[in-house]
Design a protein around this ligand. Structure first.
Ligand SMILES: *[C@@H]1O[C@H](CO)[C@@H](O)[C@H](O)[C@H]1NC(C)=O
Ligand SMILES: *[C@@H]1O[C@H](CO)[C@@H](O)[C@H](O)[C@H]1NC(C)=O
Ligand SMILES: *[C@@H]1O[C@H](CO)[C@@H](O)[C@H](O)[C@H]1NC(C)=O
Ligand SMILES: *[C@@H]1O[C@H](CO)[C@@H](O)[C@H](O)[C@H]1NC(C)=O
Ligand SMILES: *[C@@H]1O[C@H](CO)[C@@H](O)[C@H](O)[C@H]1NC(C)=O
Length: 555
């Protein structure tokens, strides 16, 4: 039912877009469903089970499905897995023998073990939804998909409503493009008439997109100050920025009581001067390594008072300036402040930040949530649990930051994780996208393109920031250009996608209804209309909506 609705939208889109082009697609449509509540009964399997449709799990696979301590886990034997396919996996899991447990799905092929293809924080006595997936390095004739308790305690795992759906590369691309066409673009009809309301057929129309709705940007460092080539390069491309280090506590208050916002102020001046929005990163960083030495020296009331001044100072100085604040950075991995101030330290940070600027958008920011599922500290359900915990404490989070420091991306997993986070109905941003330097510059470009397409096409992602601030000595993990602003492969990818994701200039004439219709990327537009010796300029904005935008111009 849902599929046929989506399909209807798809046909309408192609027919409207180009009149004669009749595209047909009979491949699978990606199912964005996700559940984060533990249910009395599992839901129906996605894709009616996909290639697991008639494939019951082996409940007691001999030898291979055994845990270290001799317990059996359910498993699937998978035949003939194809190289190049993107496999989407989901299942419902119930456990016995513990109140809750982190269950990890993994895949063993002849050649390799894929340590984690999905996780779920399963509970006793009800069904939890695991969603993930994998892409193979080499084809496999016979593989085993199995489930393990991540702390290796013996518990009983039951699975139901499992599904494994392969997508070819082309099918995946089609699905991405479909989402981009429906979520990042919108139909527009411009009506041209005279003052009396008579339609004007044959009026010449020129349309230009002057700004983009979707925030796409990069980290900058103070190296951009006074560096005109760097500034020009940045402004030509991006509509959003984040300061790599210059707002961090160690940067703004290296010695207690001696705040220095000089660099942050100058960088803010630069972005303001070019109508670029900026994220505020970050108020606190839970990693003690990046906590100022003098703060590490404090405990009890002294630390509490330093923490309060930090929030007040930063947030009153920059009230209304930054679009987001990362309040408690990387709190799933580190707990410097909780260790010293008690378990409610983070909750207190968010409360105080909210009081300091009630309009500020307060984010969490975390790594290894969307990049991988192997990190037990930051699985998708762990993140969701932490957000719910803060909400139970009375603090409502305004947004979810996913750092996105990838090595080799696993796109089906990345998408599944975002699907699950999307159930919280909060804005989701990819906040620090890069690809590890360990893969080399060519592959950095290849993987970056995969990650950016995935982010831009996911309907729940509201913005993308790259972690590519340029320093004379290079970048954190990935640069877009060399020191002379000549593109590296990753820079080519960014430039290609920036072009692909803008409408450019469109020209046409109004039809017998006095109208001109087109599909445009969301953003601000300038229209110029000419009819005989009459002409007019106008502007309109195209925000996100499912409806066709109608806009009238009088000549
Ligand atoms: C394996 O899969 C490929 C492509 O999905 C298919 O063409 C082939 O017939 C399959 N082979 C077997 C033995 O099932
Ligand atoms: C294992 O990997 C090698 C090298 O990548 C590949 O040639 C071979 O086909 C793989 N084996 C199987 C059974 O897929
Ligand atoms: C503040 O920071 C700026 C930029 O790093 C530096 O030039 C200046 O000396 C600092 N001011 C003080 C009082 O330390
Ligand atoms: C930490 O505290 C000790 C003892 O009071 C003091 O000697 C030291 O200078 C302090 N270190 C920092 C970085 O403030
Ligand atoms: C419309 O704007 C263009 C420049 O963008 C200008 O050349 C033209 O004169 C303007 N026309 C009217 C009717 O204002």
């Amino acid at each position: 039912m849902k599929h046929s609705l989506v399909f209807g939208g798809f046909w309408a889109f192609f027919i409207l877009l180009s009149g004669s082009l009749v595209a047909s697609y009979d491949g699978p449509l990606y199912d964005f469903s996700a559940y984060t509540e533990c249910k009395a009964q599992p839901e129906e399997p996605l894709y009616q089970g996909g290639i697991l449709k008639d494939e019951p799990p082996i409940m007691k696979p001999a030898i291979i499905g055994k845990t270290a301590t001799g317990f059996y886990t359910p498993a699937f034997l998978l035949k003939n897995l194809t190289l190049g396919n993107l496999y989407c996996f989901s299942t419902w899991i119930k456990i016995q023998g513990a109140n809750s447990a982190l269950i990890r799905a993994s895949l063993k092929t002849e050649n390799r073990t894929y340590n984690c293809i999905g996780t779920v924080l399963a509970k006793n006595g009800c069904w939890s939804f695991l969603k993930g997936g994998f892409v193979l390095d080499s084809p496999s004739n016979l593989a085993l998909l199995l489930f393990q308790n991540s702390d290796d305690k013996d518990i009983d795992i039951t699975i139901d409503s499992s599904s494994l759906q392969p997508f070819t590369d082309q099918e995946w691309r089609f699905n991405q493009q479909f989402m981009i066409n429906t979520q990042r673009k919108r139909a527009v009809t411009i009506h041209v008439s005279d003052q009396q309301g008579n339609r004007l057929q044959g009026a010449a129309i020129t349309i230009n997109q002057v700004s983009k709705d979707f925030p796409f940007g990069s980290a900058i460092a103070h190296t951009i100050l006074g560096n005109l080539p760097y500034q020009d390069w940045f402004v030509e491309r991006f509509n959003a920025a984040v300061f790599e280090n210059e707002l961090k506590w160690y940067a703004t208050e290296p010695d207690q009581g001696k705040t220095n916002y000089t660099l942050a102020d100058q960088m803010l001046e630069f972005v303001r001067g070019h109508q670029i929005i900026a994220r505020g990163h970050n108020i606190f960083w839970e990693d003690p390594k990046y906590t100022p030495a003098w703060v590490r020296n404090l405990t009890g009331p002294d630390l509490q008072s330093a923490v309060n001044s930090r929030i007040q100072s930063l947030m009153s100085k920059y009230k209304e300036e930054f679009i987001h604040w990362d309040v408690s950075n990387e709190m799933l991995h580190f707990d410097f402040y909780e260790q010293r101030l008690g378990p409610d330290a983070t909750l207190h940070f968010y409360e105080t930040a909210h009081q300091s600027d009630p309009l500020a958008t307060l984010f969490m920011n975390e790594f290894n949530v969307v990049e991988t599922c192997s990190d037990v500290k930051s699985t998708v359900d762990t993140y969701i649990e932490r957000i719910r915990e803060l909400e139970r404490g009375g603090m409502y989070m305004d947004g979810i930051g996913l750092e996105s420091h990838f090595t080799v991306p696993n796109l089906p997993l990345m998408r599944a994780v975002i699907d699950k986070l999307a159930t919280l109905r909060l804005p989701i941003w990819l906040t620090e996208v890069d690809i590890s330097s360990s893969v080399g510059k060519e592959l950095q470009g290849v993987y970056l393109e995969q990650v950016l397409r995935e982010g831009f096409s996911h309907p729940s992602v509201n913005g993308i920031m790259l972690w590519t601030a340029l320093h004379p000595k290079g970048c954190y993990e990935m640069c877009l250009t060399d020191e002379n602003f000549k593109n590296l492969p990753a820079g080519d990818v960014v430039d290609k996608l920036l072009k692909e994701w803008e409408s450019g200039e469109m020209k046409g004439v109004t039809d017998e209804h006095g109208s001109y219709s087109f599909y445009g990327f969301l953003g601000e537009y300038k229209v110029n209309v000419g009819y005989g010796d009459r002409a007019a300029n106008s502007t309109f904005s195209l925000p996100r909506s499912d409806e066709t935008k109608h806009f009238s111009i009088h000549l």
